[in-house]
Design a binder for this molecule. Structure first.
Ligand code: TRP
Length: 463
């Protein structure tokens, strides 16, 4: 269906019609494209490694189910109901109240997440080139560690690769929602899945891989602290791209007949599947080659090359793997970039090009703090957190997103009326999903906000 037909059906502000997603598959692909990203390939494995394995995964799963999923449904629901950017949505649904501040904090979060995210994406892009050159192919931890250190401690390489990433994302954003975001993501997700399965098979069949499987499957709760639980909840927010308005913005591009609870559930399950595949690709190899599971953000970049070095046609697979990681990161970065752009375009009436350029410049500035955090700015260390890179990561996942999620769940459970929620989630009773709508309303009222509140306070050592 052409965009023009669809756009007619969408309530718009003034005479400007909104560019929205054109097919249901496109909606799932773009939403999944936002959720799946470096969070699965890089963050999930490194946090799982650093926080003890299976026990962390179980807590993360619970948080995804009772915190991440309800917040995602909330965001899609209010976004589609208002069909505005994140700030305007809350202003429209709660006129004269302060709830729009959730959207404002979301725009801040988008910038801060992009600051470190583009840097990790920069490493991924650089690794495509390194893989082509064959430079990082080795099963010796010392060699792959040194190759990674060489990249991140070079200010020039870090900055230039970050700019390459930013310029690439901005050029897709400038094309618009359906032609840019939707078309990209629909093609790339299946390819990612396939290559991951191949890498998993290699990793699991390495001699000594069973220790990695045990690490992933045998929980040991003895080392779990409040901070661990907060990290797991932060990951649940980060993974599903919720708590800061991305999903409100995407919800505003959804079709009127989209089944929202079903869509969110499908996205959540697929996203979990990708994370587990990434865990299976990485941990058996970590133990097989004698790497340290708790090595932190560098984990992906020092273990994955070792896996590839140990398999036939490894170089080709490694090139493919990092290309796909770059693609996954692209879908996620598009959704982050879109939040401030949608605001400048919608509320301030800027042209899409002007908004894109302004956001690009802002991101390059904030991002440079993360890009240089292992070189020129390595001496700037925040106690208990780490460098600028770590600070932005910590601040967004562990504070801004949970706070955004807390207020969004309060908004859904306390401010919105059940009648409205029922109408929005059942698409005016055209869907047979009232049971799901009721379950959502119960959880978002009585479970989600309470849990976020407790985990946030205990994670921050308030009690
Ligand atoms: N979910 C993405 C990932 O896992 C990252 C991401 C995209 C994100 N948009 C977001 C995280 C919005 C938080 C909020 O890689």
């Amino acid at each position: 269906m052409a965009i023009a037909d669809r756009a007619d059906a969408v309530p718009t502000k003034g005479a400007v019609s909104r560019d929205i997603f054109t097919t249901r598959l496109g909606v799932i692909a773009a939403t999944l494209g936002s959720a799946v990203g470096l969070g699965n390939i890089w963050k999930f494995p490194y946090l799982t490694g650093a926080n003890g394995g299976a026990a962390f995964i179980i807590i993360y799963l619970l948080c995804t189910l009772v915190v991440g999923l309800p917040v995602m449904i909330t965001e899609h629901m209010i976004g589609r109901a208002a069909r505005e950017d994140a700030i305007a949505t809350l202003k429209k649904l709660a006129p004269g109240k302060s709830w729009w501040l959730i959207g404002a904090s979301g725009i801040l979060a988008a910038f801060l997440i992009m600051a470190f995210y583009t840097e990790v994406a920069a490493w991924v892009f650089a690794y495509i080139v390194k893989a082509v050159q064959g430079a990082v192919l080795s099963t010796d931890p010392a060699v792959t560690e040194a190759a990674f250190a060489e990249l991140i401690t070079s200010p020039v390489q870090s900055l230039v690769w970050q700019w390459v990433v930013l310029a690439f994302i901005a050029s897709i954003i400038a094309l618009g929602v359906s032609k840019g975001i939707e078309r990209m993501t629909k093609r790339l997700m299946p390819a990612l899945f396939t290559i991951l399965v191949i890498v998993c098979i290699r990793s699991i069949t390495l001699p000594g891989s069973w220790q990695g499987l045990e690490f992933l499957l045998k929980p040991d709760f003895s080392k779990v602290t409040g901070a661990t639980v907060l990290t797991a909840m932060g990951l649940a927010f980060f993974k599903l791209s919720v708590g800061m308005g991305t999903m409100i913005t995407y919800g505003s591009y959804f079709l009127e007949d989209q089944d929202l609870p079903a869509t969110a559930t499908r996205v959540m399950l697929s996203d979990l599947a990708v994370s587990f595949l990434c865990g299976l690709a990485i941990f058996p190899a970590v133990f097989a080659f004698g790497f340290q599971p708790e090595s932190g953000p560098s984990l992906l970049f020092i273990t994955i090359p070792a896996v590839f070095s140990s398999m036939p046609f490894g170089q080709i697979f490694m090139i493919l793997f990092f290309i796909l990681a770059a693609i996954a990161a692209t879908g996620a970065m598009l959704s982050l970039f879109e939040v401030p752009v949608a605001y400048l375009e919608g509320t301030l009436n800027w042209s899409r090009k002007k908004a894109t350029v302004a956001v690009l410049v802002g991101l390059a500035l904030v991002g440079s703090t993360a890009a240089l955090s292992n070189s020129l700015l390595a001496h700037v260390v925040f106690p208990g957190v780490g460098t600028f890179f770590d600070l932005w990561d910590y601040l967004t996942s562990n504070i801004l997103l949970p706070l955004g999620g807390l207020f969004l769940s309060l908004f859904a459970g306390r401010v919105l009326k059940w009648d409205n929620i029922k109408t929005w989630l059942t698409n005016k009773s055209t869907l047979q999903n009232e049971g799901a709508a009721r379950a959502f309303y119960f959880v978002v009222r009585f479970v989600t906000p309470v849990l976020i509140f407790i985990i946030l306070l205990s994670g921050l050592n308030v009690f």
